[in-house]
Design a protein around this ligand. Structure first.
Ligand code: PLP
Length: 387
């Protein structure tokens, strides 16, 4: 990484933590055996997979047999959507791993009902009730939204689904490792997680499947993962994922306090800089620590992202532009954010390693960018280029 680079896109992905890196290395080299092999050399990796499963289970209040390793959030989400039967209810602001899997199921004839969150970015059981149909057998509502960071009342939503004899899945990819999770308290049947969102490697994740709940197998082959998901286990990544989750859970209180202080400071400074700045998700009663989605009226998100990038600051935008049209994120549309704000919304997502000094540098960079963006010279240039 560049020395002066400021990374503020932790909801996009995170850097591997030291604990994960240390844990995984031996399994690439001296402990490389296939855990399914019968010889004694395979015992160490086999046991390591078992220990990792137990660690992960403990971190989310599950039993080890309820944890199945997958290739990440996308696979876990797809598995639940495709491995169940009957009608599906999903929220309109899910990650595309859920939305596109649901659309695919609809293509093959399954009923799919979409529900929209409230303007504050949360979903409530009343909203589900309004759109309920007798055929719905699975409800999939994300725990924390990846663009605006709002957290849903999962136990209430799961209770509601169970009350109507439907299973409940939550995509908790943004929440695991960052907010406390107890699957039994939450009452979910399935929960998706992805290691690279909590300082583990990319391409590994897990699916929690509540004991006794049926899910059709998606990947056939060997008998790995309790004969539920075939394929040789990715031992280094599995042990690293467990180490990363443990590290995050052990430091959760400290990380949360640090991130809350950083984001409170950042938000009030942003308001001083631009008093009409707006934070989508305002009014929700729970937010992911460290995620600040902000609309800066008059300053298109894509331009801001590029200008910040030129200054060595990595942030993300929900809007993707092409030369002819600007597509505004489905999340911002789902919460009915006015287009004028949605086009100007960027996401800062901070991690434990971000510092107040970095926040000050971001604010300084923004100050310069906002001033220059509206300067007569820049306005004339943009007019000339029709941008
Ligand atoms: N679900 C949510 C809420 C996400 O934020 C992401 C990744 O951005 C995914 C699912 C997909 O996870 P993965 O990158 O592990 O496939």
């Amino acid at each position: 990484m560049r020395n002066n680079f400021i990374y503020a896109d932790h909801a996009g992905t995170t850097r591997l933590c030291d604990a994960a890196w240390t844990e995984m290395k031996p399994f690439f080299y001296e402990k490389f055996a296939n855990p399914s092999s019968l010889y004694s050399y395979a015992k160490t990796p086999r046991e390591a997979v078992g220990v990792a499963r137990t660690t992960i289970a403990m971190c989310i209040g599950a039993d080890p047999e309820e944890i199945v390793f997958t290739s990440g959030g996308t696979e876990s989400d797809n598995w639940v959507l495709k491995g169940t039967s009957g009608g599906i209810m999903v929220s309109a602001y899910e990650h595309h791993a859920v939305l596109n899997a649901a659309a695919n199921e609809a293509f093959f004839g399954r009923e799919v009902v979409y529900v929209s969150p409230k303007a504050c970015g949360q979903l409530m059981p009343e909203t589900l009730a309004r759109k309920w149909t007798a055929g719905i057998k699975l409800v999939s509502i994300m725990m924390a939204n990846n663009e605006i960071g709002t957290i849903n009342p999962i136990s209430l939503l799961a209770q509601f689904a169970h009350g109507r004899s439907a299973l409940f899945h939550t995509d908790a990819v943004q929440a695991v490792g960052h907010v406390p999770i107890d699957v039994h308290e939450m009452g979910v049947d399935f929960l998706s997680a992805s290691a690279h969102k909590f300082n583990g490697p990319k391409g590994i994740g897990f699916l929690y499947i509540r004991k006794g709940v049926c899910l059709k197998q998606l990947i056939h082959g060997g008998q790995q993962e309790f004969s539920l998901r075939a394929g040789t286990e990715n031992v280094p990544y599995i042990v690293a994922m467990a180490a990363a989750l443990k590290w995050n859970c052990e430091h959760m209180q400290v990380h949360t306090a640090h991130l809350t202080a950083l984001t409170d400071y950042f938000k009030s400074a942003l308001l001083e800089l631009l008093p009409n700045a707006y934070f989508p998700g305002t009014g929700s009663d729970e937010q992911l620590p460290g995620l600040v989605s902000v609309s800066l009226p008059g300053y298109p998100a894509e331009s801001l992202t590029h200008l910040l990038d030129l200054k060595g600051i990595a942030v993300s935008t929900g809007a993707a532009c092409d030369s002819r049209r600007t597509q505004v994120s489905h999340v911002l549309r789902a919460i009915r954010l006015p287009m004028s704000l949605a086009k100007c919304t960027i996401r800062f997502s901070f991690g434990a390693e971000n510092t107040k000094k970095e926040i000050d540098s971001i604010l300084e960079a923004l100050k310069v960018i906002l001033r220059r963006y509206k300067s007569p010279k820049q306005m004339a240039l943009r007019k000339q280029r029709k941008i």
